[in-house]
Write a protein that binds this ligand. Structure first.
Ligand SMILES: CC(C)(COP(=O)(O)OP(=O)(O)OC[C@H]1O[C@@H](n2cnc3c(N)ncnc32)[C@H](O)[C@@H]1OP(=O)(O)O)[C@@H](O)C(=O)NCCC(=O)NCCS
Length: 290
């Protein structure tokens, strides 16, 4: 392998990391797309800006948590991660297409994983790339298969939902406690990013919350399955056309039941990688903010 320098990510690296991430995931989507699926899209400028803002927030909350790989002075790969109390999370991991499979990912992931080595728990959302799955397995993560539930919601199936309201900054304290019970750490500063991307719905008895943007369920946490069902139905009621609930492990079969009742389709996609913990439930994680 050619000489690779592994060093902490700094602010000026963010635009290039964003480009590598877009290139790598676009190539992955193109390679693994089922024949019936729509053609993969490049990121919109808004999506790229949100990605960069999120990554800069990780650099601010966790200097030393994100790393880049450099070959001949050029950034060719990176891994971004952060600690939230007892849990270390991997946000994104990518190597430039054309340079993949040559051991660069192993080196940069090792640095990111070392940052969270003292945390008793770890979480990551794995793509379907077999190169990524090998890396995560070697890093000590157990891979839990997931379903994505998607489609147009059958509005005649929607039940009347009560006991929910819009959430706000005053709810973050109990929401963080709920996250501690599920994954060992709060979302803390990550709520700002989640609120910027979607709407927060909470139950009036403070037993659960969900972030939704009308197209995608971003995150859902609840203290019991009935609360989780109520929140998901509320999110489906606000769906604008096609809706997607990704990252559903078998521990969260309540979500499968709701989605099938709403005449959405299940498809197996990706893995939840965990160490030191079982799949959280009732909980549907966010891909990068987990
Ligand atoms: C995942 C990714 C970051 C890994 O970086 P990389 O530099 O390719 O990884 P490495 O070369 O260090 O390791 C790849 C592993 O897969 C193996 N491998 C290489 N090419 C492969 C292929 N085509 N199919 C299956 N395995 C392959 C390698 O032998 C190695 O495994 P080993 O260490 O057990 O021998 C990179 O491939 C990538 O950007 N993929 C697309 C984006 C993505 O899926 N990111 C992960 C997000 S969850």
């Amino acid at each position: 392998m050619q000489d690779v320098l592994i060093r902490p990510m700094a602010d000026p690296d963010v635009p290039l990391a964003e480009r590598i991430s877009d290139d790598a995931f676009f190539a992955l989507d193109a390679a693994h797309r089922p024949p019936s699926a729509p053609a993969p899209q490049r990121r919109s400028p808004e999506h790229s800006a949100a990605w960069a803002a999120r990554t800069r927030a990780f650099l601010a909350s966790d200097p030393g948590g994100s790393w880049v790989a450099e070959c001949d002075g050029e950034v060719v790969g990176f891994a971004t991660g952060y600690l939230r109390e007892q849990v270390w999370c991997l946000a994104t991991f990518a190597v430039q297409p054309g340079r993949q499979g040559a051991g660069i990912g192993a080196r940069v992931l090792e640095a990111a994983v070392a940052y969270g080595a003292d945390a008793p728990r770890g979480m990551l959302a794995a793509s379907v790339d077999p190169r990524a799955l090998r890396r995560y397995h070697h890093a000590g993560f157990r891979l839990h298969p997931q379903l994505t539930l998607h489609g147009a919601v059958d509005r005649s199936a929607l039940p009347a939902v009560t006991g929910v309201r819009d959430g706000g900054p005053g709810d973050l304290g109990w929401m963080d406690d709920l996250d501690r019970s599920h994954r060992g750490g709060p979302h803390g500063p990550d709520h700002e990013r989640l609120m910027a991307a979607g709407m927060l719905v909470v139950t009036t008895d403070r037993a659960g919350y969900a972030y939704t943007d009308g197209r995608v369920l971003a995150l859902l946490a609840a203290s019991d399955d009935d609360t989780a069902r109520t929140l998901l139905w509320e999110c489906l009621a606000g769906a604008e056309g096609h809706y997607e609930v990704a990252h559903v492990t078998s521990a969260n079969y309540w979500a499968v039941e709701v989605a099938l009742a709403a005449r959405m389709d299940p498809v197996a996609r990706g893995f939840l990688g965990l160490r030191g913990m079982s799949p959280p439930a009732p909980y549907v994680h966010h891909g990068a903010l987990l």
